[in-house]
Design a protein around this ligand. Structure first.
Ligand code: FPP
Length: 227
């Protein structure tokens, strides 16, 4: 299938609504996250199909530690399972894994799995960037500190020290489940991104929902501050 010129190069998604999806069905929250993992798989496939160079997903924020120990444990287990089940597919399909955030705070077993996955997928041409233990304000403060150490603080030197420095500029930011806020995600990178909010809960999000967002993106006229 041909790739449309009007497609974004870099799409980011705030995957929200797993808990509400489960609650509506009287299921445990863990089930919502599990179904959310399936939606991740669909989103990665759909982005490949539409030729999107980079998909960034907000999987675990630096504030998510405040959730109960059990829920944090469920999310960690899901991550382990996901890497176990999907890593070979990523390698076969040319998907390069990237991590945004300080993932070294996770348990050693997960850190080792992530580092192995980063190494084994590094030749991939399309990028799946996963934000883990990520907070945008922390990222900007860290980048400013590094830029200062290098001798100059400017928009360019800060951008060069963000986790996203080598990724294409963010074009489209999607948030599911009807919430209309950025929740400390990619604040710097969103400066000129188009925003797309949908009521669809993340576990229900599929290729058609992504297509609707891409169609809306293609209709928008981007001016980057010009007229
Ligand atoms: C928001 O739903 C979702 C999260 C905090 C976690 C996102 C994680 C996944 C989709 C799991 C899979 C990820 C990978 C990379 C395997 P919520 O619990 O805040 O929903 P609610 O607002 O309805 O309670």
């Amino acid at each position: 299938m041909s790739v449309q010129d009007s497609n974004p190069r870099h799409v980011a998604i705030i995957m929200d609504g797993n808990g509400r999806w489960a609650k509506k069905r009287h299921l445990p929250r863990a089930m919502g996250h599990q179904k959310g993992g399936e939606a991740v798989r669909r989103a990665v496939k759909a982005c490949s199909k539409y030729g999107i160079e980079c998909l960034t997903l907000y999987a675990f924020s630096s504030e998510n530690w405040k959730r109960g120990e059990e829920e944090v444990g469920d999310l960690m287990n899901l991550m382990k399972k996901f890497i176990g089940s999907d890593l070979e597919d990523f390698i076969a399909n040319g998907i390069r894994l990237r991590i945004l955030g300080d993932y070294t705070a996770f348990e050693p077993e997960i850190v080792a799995l992530l580092e192995d996955a980063l190494e084994r997928t590094k030749a991939g041409k399309q990028t799946l960037a996963v934000a883990l233990n990520y907070g945008s304000q922390q990222e900007i403060a860290r980048a400013a500190r590094l830029a200062a150490d290098q001798g100059e603080i400017s928009p360019e030197t800060i951008a060069a020290n963000l986790y996203t420095a080598d990724l294409p500029p963010l074009d489209l930011l999607i948030r599911t489940s009807g919430e209309i806020r950025l929740s400390n995600f990619l604040l710097w990178q969103s400066a000129y991104a188009e925003m797309y909010f949908t009521e669809v809960l993340w576990p229900d999000f599929g290729e058609q929902d992504l297509k609707l967002a891409l169609d809306e993106f293609a209709r928008r006229e981007r001016r980057f501050g010009g007229r």
